[in-house]
Design a protein around this ligand. Structure first.
Ligand SMILES: *Cc1c(COP(=O)(O)O)cnc(C)c1O
Length: 398
């Protein structure tokens, strides 16, 4: 088997339009979002308008990171200290971290073999806990049945905030991920769908919520200079009782995101071609289970996951090593000690320990890989063939 030599953390270089936008801001010296001239729209405000339009939301706030967007969304939604927040038992650590930052207590909900929140466990826990909040994480870009989820949200009078770090541009039955509840939270960190190094976007149709979020983000009473904000009178009601928790986005990052946003739809197609190339190589390989992608789901295949159900920890380690020897970098979510990421609830010791047997069973055989756009479709076929080869070797050894 010929080894693969690509780099799994190398994103595409940013093009000339992006570099020109950055140069313009640097040349102006006005990097702070409120450092604009009279009548000038700051790059941060332009980005807010452009993203609100893309998302189909009334309001948008650009801020410091995706995790920051999640935590101020919880606060702006009225989370009280010590209050319970329902959230996925499998997600990235900034999600339980955002609940902790906002002073809440995560109540973890099981996931299914398709890596989405288990709607039965959600309904059960919503009923028994009386929680008011659901912080739904569309982890690794997988969408639950959003219509059934919205029914549960209605039945239990939950306030829904969506973590769309991996579902920027995704949709369920034509409705964009992030538009199913009170707010959508997005990340523009390097490994997501737009790249400004770090950054976050928060969207909502609710004026009071968005006014609180803007003040929380550190608007220094300059909220009238925002690009996609509610009218000034909405702020009057809350401006002096909402704390400033500085986490603004600057004009430099906003300026480099704007030209990228216009290419997002093309890039989604490019990610999905790559996703399908790996998926095809793994389909039908003995012992490999791929998450199903329902017809209602428009996904963004910026990473791919698959399971080897029932694999032992020793064999999982050997499988990762065999792939690595052939140049393919896999993450395994079942490891007892987190290396390079923390997505297993057992390593979130600031959260009350919770029994999630189904999630544990899924994670014990779950593998994951990024698909940066620097890989060609042929690269992705090659990677898929390597993984299939290593899975077949496992079968032969077992
Ligand atoms: C990356 C990520 C976040 C947080 O984004 P940051 O911008 O890094 O704070 C939240 N949720 C998930 C599932 C993520 O992958």
């Amino acid at each position: 088997m010929k080894p693969f030599s690509g780099n799994f953390t190398q994103q595409e270089a940013l093009d000339d339009a992006v570099i020109a936008a950055a140069t313009r801001i640097l040349g102006s010296g006005r990097l702070h979002r409120y450092n604009s001239e009279p009548g000038e729209m700051s790059a941060a405000s332009e980005l807010e308008q452009a993203y609100a339009t893309y998302q189909g939301a009334r309001y948008c706030l650009a801020c410091a990171s995706g995790g920051y967007a999640l935590s101020i969304a919880l606060r702006a939604a009225g989370l009280e200290p010590g209050e319970t927040v329902l959230t996925n038992g499998f997600t990235l650590a900034p999600v339980p971290g955002a609940v902790a930052a906002a002073g809440g207590k995560p109540l973890l909900v099981e996931i299914t073999g398709n890596l989405v929140i288990d709607l039965e466990d959600l309904a059960r826990k919503a009923g028994t806990s009386g929680a008011r909040f659901l912080l739904l994480s569309n982890m690794r870009g997988h969408l639950a049945d959003m219509e059934r989820l919205a029914d549960i949200v209605r039945q239990h009078d939950l306030i829904l905030i969506e973590d769309c770090a991996h579902t920027m541009g995704a949709a369920w039955n034509g409705r964009k991920s992030g538009n199913f509840g009170l707010a959508g939270c997005f990340s523009t960190q390097t490994y997501k769908h737009l790249n400004s190094g770090e950054g976050g976007l928060l969207t909502s149709d609710d004026p009071d919520f968005m006014a609180r979020a803007i003040i929380l983000s550190g608007s220094y009473m300059l909220y009238e200079r925002h690009g996609a904000a509610p009218p000034a009178d909405v702020f009057e009601r809350i401006r002096l009782e909402t704390p400033n928790m500085s986490g603004r986005m600057d004009n430099l990052r906003a300026a480099i995101l704007l030209p990228q946003l216009s290419r997002l739809e093309d890039n989604i197609e490019r990610w999905n071609e790559r996703y399908r190339a790996v998926e095809q190589a793994l389909a039908g390989v003995d012992g490999v289970a791929l998450p199903c992608r329902p017809a209602e789901e428009r996904y963004v295949g910026s990473s791919i996951q698959f399971r080897l159900p029932g694999i032992s920890p020793a064999l999982a380690g050997a499988f990762v090593a065999a792939n690595k020897a052939l140049g393919v970098e896999l993450k395994w979510f079942g490891a007892s000690d987190p290396v390079g990421f923390t997505s297993n609830h057992h390593s979130w010791r600031y959260v009350d320990p919770q029994a999630l047997p189904e999630t544990d069973r899924v994670l014990s055989g779950l593998f994951d890989m990024r698909l940066p756009l620097t890989f060609s479709v042929a690269d992705c076929r090659h990677i898929g063939a390597i993984i299939a080869h290593c899975a077949a070797e496992l079968g032969a050894d077992a």
